[in-house]
Design a protein around this ligand. Structure first.
Ligand code: NAI
Length: 287
């Protein structure tokens, strides 16, 4: 199947985009990785190299396979060049609806009519993104998890108009990437964040109300529920601003106060305590 797609274009080379390019190239696909500036692409290339090297050290890949994978990735700031000859475009730019709408309308113009346009969005409506194009049946959610080379799940989200052929192609391609795809429908937060974010939010309420300290809350969930990470440590990993954004989408779109973001979460974000990326969230991080 990977052969049927031929080439994959990944738009946005940040945390998620470089991981998606990495797994596609590793499974034998040609990849174009697109970003706004050369310096971002250089950073992405360095990250992919570092992650491939780690796989060589762990004997998951040979040195030859690493070099071949890297050789399959073209790095470009030219969107038009990037999508040329591509069977699938996966968008991984920041989680802002207006940016995605503009990009999809442009991709619709640039890409061949048969090209599938996928988005890695965590919470924005696939149906609304699809409505910015003339090919809503070929627009789909392909929600990879962080870190992409390690995590097995791809949540495949059907917009209202997504057709069966597009869904089947993306499910099959996800398997060819060594992932386990799960098909879900387009609803705010899909399944992953609809279930995860209220749990994280409740953990923050428990902290705010003094039910227990940070470490205690996380230890209860790790040892008691067998979660590999506690919810507060996980929120720090995801980014507290991202968690707040997703909760706001759930609250607004579902119109139910059970998704109301905890005031303590808002306070942390307002203070710039965003988790690992800023060095401080519910925990402190050195360096
Ligand atoms: P990021 O901020 O690390 O990377 C975004 C990249 O897109 C940046 O390099 C930026 O320069 C580039 N970019 C912005 N506008 C562009 C444009 N018009 N054309 C080309 N490149 C452009 O963001 P991250 O974390 O990789 O997130 C990307 C998407 O993946 C978001 O929709 C996010 O919700 C979703 N996501 C993020 C996860 C995470 O744990 N970070 C997990 C699952 C999904």
């Amino acid at each position: 199947m990977a052969d049927g797609i031929g080439k994959v274009t990944v738009i946005g080379s940040g945390t998620m985009g470089n991981g998606i390019a990495h797994v596609c190239a590793q499974s034998g696909l040609r990849v174009a990785l697109v970003d706004l500036e050369e310096s971002y692409l250089e950073r992405a290339r360095a990250t992919i190299e570092k992650n491939l090297d780690r796989q060589v050290k762990r004997e998951i890949l040979s040195a030859g396979e690493r070099d071949a994978a890297l050789g399959r990735i073209e790095f470009t700031t030219d969107r038009g060049v990037g999508v040329e000859g591509s069977g699938l475009v996966v968008e991984a730019i920041p989680e802002r609806a207006e940016l995605k709408y503009e990009l999809f309308s442009d991709l619709d113009r640039l890409a061949a009519p048969e090209t599938i346009l996928a988005t890695n969005t965590s919470s924005i409506s696939i149906t609304e993104i699809a409505a910015c194009t003339e090919r809503p049946e070929k627009v789909i959610g392909m929600h990879f998890m962080n870190p992409v080379p390690v995590m097995k799940l791809v949540e495949v989200i059907r917009g209202l108009a997504t057709d069966d052929a597009t869904t089947a192609t993306v499910m099959e391609l996800s398997r060819a990437l060594g992932k386990t795809p799960v098909e879900v429908n387009d609803y705010p937060g899909f399944v992953s964040n609809r279930v995860l974010m209220p749990m994280i939010n409740e953990a923050v309420f428990a902290l705010m109300e003094g039910v227990a300290e940070t470490e205690a809350i996380d230890t209860v969930m790790k040892l008691g529920m067998n979660h590999p990470m506690g919810p507060l440590a996980l929120a720090d990993l995801i980014g507290l601003d991202t968690c707040l954004n997703i909760l706001e989408v759930l609250h607004r779109e579902l119109g139910d106060d059970r998704y109301r973001p905890c005031p303590l979460l808002r306070k942390y974000v307002a203070a710039g305590w965003l988790g690992r990326k800023s060095g401080r969230g519910f925990y402190r991080y050195e360096g």
